[in-house]
Design a protein around this ligand. Structure first.
Ligand code: SER
Length: 315
């Protein structure tokens, strides 16, 4: 039996991607792993196991013992947390990717998925409709690690034939788990404050535009890319990916249409500089051309969907 391994499964993306992969492959063929033992409780529908991705020996043993053929490597330190401990973020983000790529080469694994991010762009990147190929001078350790990671992915594909695929996610917004340490996290937190009838304090200024995506679209993009025929995946660094762009003021207005009493104030902190270095909007035409990507949710549809489901969702 050929299995699919998810590393960092309990995170914001993994929590929903693991369910989607289980729907495709069945619970016996999906192994959710995370460093945090208590976080594995939610995976009662598939196999699960504690794994520290920095423990290369355990990772290799697990892959061999369970006949893993695909790895989704989602464990990472995100942008805001990374700035607090840059060397830790660099080591975790980089070493873990290299462990996975080496393992894929040695064991001739079928496919690897590794997320990149809009954080690969920097202050000298064109800000509007940021092209697939352009200047990238990221100035966060997270962005530097994602940019270097993209180079390694392309390298392993070209030199060793490792079928590694990647997307540059915009800020991901979902209601099924809380985000961990990103600059775009305000756009998740704001919905929780709205339904708790609490005022929201934004750590970004009111007009800070950032590219964003609702989680169902992110899951669809990931599965579409991973299921695309190999020859259609022409970019082996990472694909630009887009759905919508909005500012704190615009997401607030979309929520206020449902919750007229909701209020916001703005108190930018160190994350403002990170957001200012990232694009306003992304040109994802290569993803649309190469493997048929299309998104479904805009800001209004996303807000309506979250406000319908979040109040009754139990963590
Ligand atoms: N959402 C991530 C962050 O804010 C970007 O990939 O760090």
């Amino acid at each position: 039996m050929e299995r699919v391994l998810i590393i960092g499964a309990a995170g914001q993306l993994g929590s929903e991607l693991t369910q989607a992969l289980t729907n495709i492959y069945g619970g016996d063929l999906v192994i959710a792993t995370d460093i945090n033992p208590s976080s594995l409780e939610k995976f009662d529908y598939c196999k699960s196991q504690v794994l520290d991705v920095m423990d290369q020996g355990s990772l290799r043993n697990l892959v061999k013992k369970e006949n893993v053929r695909q790895i989704y490597h989602l464990a990472a330190v995100l942008s805001a947390t990374g700035e607090k401990n840059p060397l830790f973020a660099w080591n975790l983000n980089m070493d873990s990717l290299l462990f996975v790529l080496e393992l894929a080469k040695e064991e001739k694994l079928d496919k690897i998925y590794w997320p990149s991010s809009i954080a690969v762009f920097g202050p000298n990147t064109p800000k509007v409709n940021t092209p697939q190929f352009c200047v990238k001078e990221p100035n966060t350790v997270y962005g530097i690690s994602k940019q270097a990671g993209e180079r390694w992915c392309e390298y392993y594909f070209q030199k060793f034939g490792v079928d590694v695929r990647s997307l540059r996610y915009p800020g991901l917004i979902g209601y099924k788990s809380l985000p961990g340490g990103g600059t775009t996290d305000y756009a998740v937190d704001i919905y929780h404050k709205a339904i708790a009838v609490e005022p929201f304090v934004s750590f970004l200024s009111e007009d800070t535009l950032l590219p964003m995506m609702y989680m169902p679209d992110a899951i669809k993009a990931t599965l579409d890319l991973m299921q695309a025929p190999k020859e259609k995946v022409k970019i082996r660094s990472s694909y630009n990916l887009a759905a919508m762009s909005f500012s704190p003021k615009e997401i607030f207005e979309s929520i206020k249409a449902h919750y007229p009493e909701f209020s916001i104030s703005y108190k930018p902190d160190f994350r403002q500089a990170i957001a200012d270095s990232w694009p306003d909007s992304i040109d994802d035409s290569r993803a649309r051309e190469d493997w048929g990507w299309s998104h479904h949710y805009n800001l209004e549809k996303m807000t309506a969907d979250i406000l319908e489901h979040l109040p009754t969702y139990s963590f």
